[in-house]
Design a protein around this ligand. Structure first.
Ligand SMILES: NC(=O)c1ccc[n+]([C@@H]2O[C@H](COP(=O)([O-])OP(=O)(O)OC[C@H]3O[C@@H](n4cnc5c(N)ncnc54)[C@H](OP(=O)(O)O)[C@@H]3O)[C@@H](O)[C@H]2O)c1
Length: 252
């Protein structure tokens, strides 16, 4: 099969198309014919070698963390998928390799592709979708009626996080540059702060949850945030889940 591999870490000329054997299929794996894959900032960081301490891959490595395609084989213990199923997936971080004609993935990391998404649309969803879901639902336990600030709403994670937070019934504020104000409003954001012109800290009040993928600094003891623990944290880039349980209030 054809695959794009990185054989040496670095920023330039290190990704090449090569011919590789078909991936080995484990008993709990499906073999997926890749119809679309998306490029995530994570792929660039891996290629550049920036994540070596966290993800010590053996080179050469097939890049690619997001894909959509069709199951062509299923391992003997696979229960949920059969050949012909249209799927989308974010493979386990130890088994990436979406930039290839074929990939073997644990069935636990695969989901049926929604019919109304085409292959390219579906391949754009898994990693940013899981990130937004894990932050808003898994970590923050966002509830209907709460208020959430999503920094960088026009980014890959931000665009999904805005839509997911609205779906969950939250009020959403987001920051973006002037060029993307209408775009994030169209995604459903209730309050849009153009960070080129306004300071979010002086616009917002009593927010319950913040997702900050840009590591934006905030002031000490900010009034836009309703939770005492988060108020005292100035760690940029850290998700501060603020539930009614530990804040004593739901925000309004
Ligand atoms: N993508 C993923 O699946 C994923 C998963 C886990 C973690 N992450 C991490 O999350 C971060 C963002 O990833 P991403 O994929 O969402 O990035 P991205 O698609 O490159 O988006 C970054 C966004 O940041 C905005 N921005 C720049 N300066 C800003 C500021 N001062 N205030 C508010 N917004 C600002 C830009 O929007 P404007 O043009 O409107 O300024 C841009 O749309 C990265 O550090 C990444 O490693 C990403």
């Amino acid at each position: 099969m054809k695959a794009f591999v990185v054989s040496k870490y670095g920023k330039e000329n290190n990704v090449e198309a090569v011919e590789l054997p078909e991936p080995e299929l484990g008993d709990g794996d499906v073999l997926v014919e890749v119809h679309a894959a998306s490029v995530n900032p994570l792929d660039l960081k891996i290629r550049n070698g920036e994540l070596k301490p966290l993800l010590p891959y053996k080179l050469p490595l097939v890049l690619g963390n997001d894909l959509a395609g069709v199951v062509i084989k299923a391992g003997k213990n696979v229960r949920r998928f059969k050949p012909g199923d249209e799927v989308f997936a974010r493979p386990d971080q130890d088994r990436i390799g979406a930039f290839a004609e074929l990939i073997a993935i644990s069935e636990n990391d695969v989901a049926k592709k929604p019919h109304r998404l085409d292959m390219e649309q579906a391949a754009s969803v898994p990693l940013v979708g899981l990130t937004a879901w894990q932050a808003l639902v898994g970590k923050a336990g966002l509830q209907a009626g709460q208020k959430v600030l999503i920094q960088a709403g026009s980014g890959g994670v931000g665009t999904i996080a805005i839509q997911l937070a609205k779906h969950l019934g939250a009020t959403v504020a987001t920051t973006t540059s002037t060029a993307n104000v209408d775009w994030v409003k169209g995604l459903g954001a209730d309050v849009v702060i153009d960070y080129k012109k306004d300071d979010f800290e002086s616009v917002l009040h009593d927010y319950d949850v913040v997702i900050d993928t840009r590591a934006v600094r905030h002031s000490k003891n900010p009034s836009w945030c309703s939770n005492p623990a988060a108020k005292s944290s100035r760690w940029p880039g850290r998700l501060s889940p603020i539930s009614p349980k530990n804040s004593g209030r739901t925000g309004s």
